[in-house]
Design a protein around this ligand. Structure first.
Ligand SMILES: O=P(O)(O)OC[C@H]1O[C@H](O)[C@H](O)[C@@H](O)[C@@H]1O
Length: 551
């Protein structure tokens, strides 16, 4: 495993030198010189196709990047991940989300114990539960079938299931609606409760720790609402189910033991949609489709573990990210799904990537002296083209982008899909080619502008181009392809963390705000000034108290 600081690797220096040599190279010219560029930089895996030809790379670049990956022992680190070694070293545990979708017969061991029997048994329990709800065997207290599922959870216990549910909307069971409540903003739960009926609503409390303030407070409100609207304590068991690794606290909270699905400490929150945390998804799309999702992720797992680095999709995407982030000063990376159902993908990847690799110390505790995870951002195309793509085309900051699109739509309406596809391709093409000042000048003259006008406007209309992007395609958004797509990004994130030598599976940075929040909450509610913080926080607390008559 890497012990040397990354920047001391000779492969790092070689990349720096190569970067300087690439400074004057424009992708336009690379395409003009090589008619086979598309085939040369194209890879397929698990039902996904990646065109990465629109990057500032040559064979030499890839050679250097692959050499860096090997120098950082990437193949060994991938094996360590799959074998259940304690890759999450600050919490001293494995990160075995891959075991949750391991459809093979083999064992996966955590410290000498095979965890697969428990994983399979939980899947079976989920299967039975999903079947009972969907076949209306399990009903509400007044014997009516369920119409609504409300998932209460935040972070990884929210974003992943929400993304997958939305991505697979065409597979939803007609009678079952799914709502997600995450935020500790009363408006969120109020809005959801306003539209549902307690007699026909099933609440899923999703929290690995069962200690998350937002989730517990929202659950309290849901419980009160249920009790005040026809429910009763002995009816709770029919309407409240939990998924957690902390069974004791869930029971203390009032959830029946039989209604608790397990989680394990070897699954990170942001990697947990494949576990019982995926129940809201499974309830809406059915267990067969949920298994399809797992199968897609498993296919990507096998590819990641088995394919040579040069043909390995997550590795290629990760190394391209390192190329731009560490050698071209790119601070950001855009995720642009051209698919309405995938519009939640940027939000999920923001957590996945930024919580995993937003780190400034190495696994051994030394500071990093190189950039780590980028700012992930994005949104659905083509909407973004009429908003923030301007910065991609002409801004001074570099943000490589992933264009993601299915070849077929679930909703063929008029010419929509072909137009959407054309938009997706033209954006990537425009980013790559740009428009020279001469071309802009000539275009203006052709449109009848005077020479003076053309000279004045051409600099504004010129577009530098040479802006990198990947294009990820798949036939259709199915459980299989969505599973593969999410697993692809998980492995991309892992690969980058492995090269940067950060622990991609902890998230200590989120703790301080939680700690301080407790103290501040105490001061908001009581007229105590015994703990002072800083004049800004103190002043803001006083403002709140004044408007709430606390003083
Ligand atoms: O599932 P829970 O234990 O409730 O945690 C929910 C989320 O909250 C934490 O603050 C972490 O930042 C996330 O990684 C986690 O997914």
């Amino acid at each position: 495993m890497p012990t040397k600081p990354l920047i001391d690797q000779t492969e790092w220096q070689a990349l720096k030198d190569h970067r300087s040599a690439m400074d004057s190279v424009h992708m336009r010219d690379l395409f003009d010189q090589d008619p086979d560029r598309f085939q040369r930089y194209f890879v397929e895996a698990a039902g996904l196709s990646l065109d990465y030809s629109k990057n500032r790379i040559t064979q030499e670049t890839l050679g250097h990047l692959m050499a860096l990956a090997r120098a950082r022992h990437l193949p060994e680190q991938i094996e360590a991940l799959f074998k259940g070694e304690h890759v999450n070293n600050t919490e001293d545990r494995p990160a075995l989300h891959t075991a949750l979708r391991n459809l093979g017969d083999g064992p996966v061991e955590v410290d000498g114990t095979d965890i697969m029997p428990e994983v399979r048994q939980t899947l079976k329990r989920m299967e039975e539960f999903v079947w009972r709800v969907r076949s209306t065997q399990w009903r509400g207290f007044s014997n009516k079938p369920f119409t609504d599922v409300v998932s209460i959870g935040i972070g990884g216990s929210f974003l992943g299931p929400k993304l997958v549910s939305a991505a697979l909307k065409p597979y939803w069971h007609g009678q079952l609606n799914c709502h997600y409540v995450a935020n500790i903003d009363g408006s969120h739960i109020t809005e959801v409760l306003r539209h549902i009926n307690p007699e026909t609503t099933l609440f899923l409390i999703q929290s690995k720790s069962f200690r998350t303030q937002e989730t517990l407070e929202n659950t309290r409100i849901a419980r009160e609402w249920f009790l005040h609207n026809g429910g009763s304590e002995d009816r709770i068991a029919k309407h409240f189910v939990a998924v957690t690794a902390n069974e004791a606290e869930a029971i203390d909270f009032g959830i029946t033991r039989d209604n608790i699905f397990p989680m394990w400490d070897w699954v990170g929150g942001r990697y947990s949609l494949w576990s019982a945390i995926g129940l809201p998804t499974a309830l809406t799309i059915g267990m067969e489709n949920f298994r399809g999702l797992l199968a897609g992720a498993h296919a990507m797992d096998r590819h990641f573990r088995e394919a040579p680095l040069e043909e390995n999709m997550p590795v290629i995407m990760a190394l391209l990210g390192i190329w731009y982030g560490n050698f071209w000063d790119a601070d950001a990376h855009a995720v642009l799904p051209y698919d309405h159902y995938l519009r939640g993908l940027p939000a999920h990847l923001m957590q996945l990537d930024m919580e995993s690799n937003g780190k400034c110390v190495r696994r051994g505790g030394e500071p990093v002296h190189w950039e780590t995870g980028p700012i992930i951002w994005g949104g659905a195309g083509a909407n973004g083209q009429h908003a923030y793509h301007q910065l991609l085309h002409q801004g001074t900051r570099l943000s490589p982008a992933d264009f993601i699109m299915p070849l077929h739509t679930h909703n063929p309406v008029g010419q929509h899909h072909a137009i959407l596809f054309a938009n997706c391709l033209s954006q990537a093409q425009a980013l790559m080619r740009g428009k020279t000042r001469d071309e802009a000048h000539q275009e203006l003259l052709d449109k009848g502008h005077s020479e003076d006008e053309a000279t004045r406007l051409a600099p504004h209309k010129a577009i530098p181009g040479n802006k990198p992007s990947n294009t990820l395609l798949f036939d259709r958004a199915t459980p299989h392809t969505i599973g593969a797509l999410i697993a692809l990004y998980e492995h991309k994130t892992f690969t980058q963390g492995a090269i940067w030598d950060v622990d991609s599976f902890d998230q200590w940075g989120v703790e301080l705000g939680k700690q301080l929040g407790q103290t501040i909450l105490g001061r908001l509610n009581a007229d105590t000034d015994d703990i002072t913080t800083d004049s800004s926080t103190d002043g803001l607390i006083k403002l709140f108290r004044k408007t709430h008559d606390v003083d």
